[in-house]
Ligand binder design. Sequence first.
Ligand SMILES: [Zn+2]
Length: 190
Amino acid sequence: MVTDRGPRKPALVSDFLKSDQNCSLSLPSDDRITLAARSVESSLATAAIPPVRDACAALASVFAGFYQVETPSVRVLAVRPIRTWEGGWAMELFGDYDPKTRVIRVWTKTAVRKQVTSFGTFLSTLCHEFCHHLDYQRFGYRDTWHTRGFYERSAVLYHNARGTPAKRLFWVEMSDGRWRIDWQRTKRGF
Ligand SMILES: [Zn+2]
């Protein structure tokens, strides 16, 4: 995971810095998110879209209820599209979020082998996209970036949903000013 470059527009710089420094996210003291995530897990095992869509909508509504924001719509689609860039390299799209329509899209199957996405990947994508929604709706940022804080907030939400202890993320600064996760230190935890 690599962070985004800072914005060019001076008016956006302070929101970018706020997002970068905002590393925590409040969580419910009960297991409402974990329970809703478990329904997503069992729905994914059916490999059918309608139950996954219902379970994702229920999870989105639990998220929105706790963070007191509008509930985003979740569109569940089958096979992940592949985005191709100049130079020929391609990447699967796991999910996205449109701030204008407040719609999250997630895909349940891998692009090439068309296998059902693992629950961990699927849930982490949902949490990631919901954090984009929170950037606008809860924190009031004028844009949403993949900052260190953004990845920390997504990880906090994901671990709560998964029922696993949150890990501290360790970062390494790159020569262009962006940051990448130091996976070895993050896994070791120190
Ligand atoms: Zn994103």
